[in-house]
Design a protein around this ligand. Structure first.
Ligand SMILES: Nc1ncnc2c1ncn2[C@@H]1O[C@H](COP(=O)(O)OP(=O)(O)OP(=O)(O)O)[C@@H](O)[C@H]1O
Length: 302
């Protein structure tokens, strides 16, 4: 059974269609990154999943439950980090957790949960005094109450410094290792690549692309660059590399040639061509296109 199924989901506001005809399926144990620029419809989708907002049309199944009809079951089994989470300023971190532990009837302790997000030292401090990043960690600890089977995290990296982002990535990995499915939205693309099995790209309410990062790289037509340091780099050699079908461009600097290649096999062709044109490859390195480049390729001209 998939952990999450969204079928033909549309949400219209009076003048705005936030999400249109969205369908996606997430398998149990997957880490799925739901990417899109601001206003793409990510939060609307997540709010519908948690029944905070009603869809105009469409169906949702979360762990086999309908979030509207079986709200208690869904909230019991799912941990949610909402968008623009705000704390109760006068309550301490401990009190925030006690509240959720009580309402879920969970056996967790605030100490353990706050230690997992690195907030054990601030457990009895009022959350109003927490920094934005600390509040985000508190929210994540709240999402972990009751050992949920599915974590839904809306923009978990917002407001975090690199250390905080790292802590969230580690937590996602730990939870995933114990079999938890993770669905998270983000426009902080650098973080996504490190933790996702699959990504979906949402743009103007439409899912415009979906797949593993390596699949999206090749579909987007953004190429890897292979840099070769070559002794005896000649014009003849560069021309020979340039004329290969699998090569889309070259640039040179000193004794280095940077080659944009269409696919993995092209690297072998380039290597053979350099050697047969009289060059000796001293070193080479590969730079894969980043998630940013893929994302821009999909959303840039739309
Ligand atoms: N309550 C509402 N009433 C009217 N329009 C809304 C409402 N909520 C969202 N929208 C509109 O729906 C669209 C999608 O918004 P949504 O917040 O879901 O996007 P998002 O991808 O989460 O963006 P962000 O990262 O900025 O939160 C936007 O154009 C937004 O203005």
């Amino acid at each position: 059974m998939p952990a999450l199924t969204i079928s033909d989901l549309t949400k219209r506001y009076e003048t705005e269609t936030a999400v249109e005809d969205l369908s996606l399926e997430i398998e149990t144990g997957e880490v799925y990154g739901f990417l899109g620029p601001n206003g793409a419809g990510k939060s609307t989708t997540i709010n519908i999943l948690m029944d905070y907002v009603r869809p105009t049309t469409g169906d949702i199944q979360i762990l086999g439950y309908d979030p509207h009809d079986d709200l208690v079951d869904v909230h019991q089994r799912v941990g949610i980090l909402p968008d623009r989470f705000s704390v109760y300023g006068r309550l301490t971190g401990r009190q925030h957790l006690e509240y959720i532990i009580d309402s879920k009837g969970a056996a967790d302790t605030p100490e353990k949960l706050l230690a997992r997000v690195g907030l054990e030292g601030a457990i009895d401090q009022q959350a109003g005094e927490y920094s934005r990043g600390m509040q985000q960690r508190l929210a994540l600890a709240m999402a972990l109450v009751g050992s949920p089977e599915l974590l839904i995290l809306d923009e978990p990296f917002t407001g975090l410094d690199p250390h905080g982002a790292r802590a969230i990535r580690d937590l996602v990995n730990e939870e995933n290792e114990r079999g938890v499915t993770i669905f998270f939205s983000s426009h902080v693309l650098g973080q996504v690549e490190m933790i996702c099995d699959r990504i979906g790209i949402l743009h103007d309410g439409h899912l415009i692309s979906e797949g593993r990062i390596d699949e999206l790289r090749s579909d987007a037509g953004v190429e890897a660059t292979v840099s070769f340091v070559v002794s005896d780099l000649s014009k003849r050699l560069v021309d020979a590399v340039d004329s290969l079908d699998s090569v889309t461009g070259t640039t040179t600097a000193d004794n280095r040639i940077d080659v944009q290649v269409r696919d993995d096999t092209a690297r072998i062709d380039v290597l053979a061509t350099i050697e047969s044109a009289g060059g000796t490859v001293e070193t080479f390195s590969v730079r894969e296109p980043s998630v940013e480049e893929i994302f821009t390729a999909y959303t840039g001209d739309r």
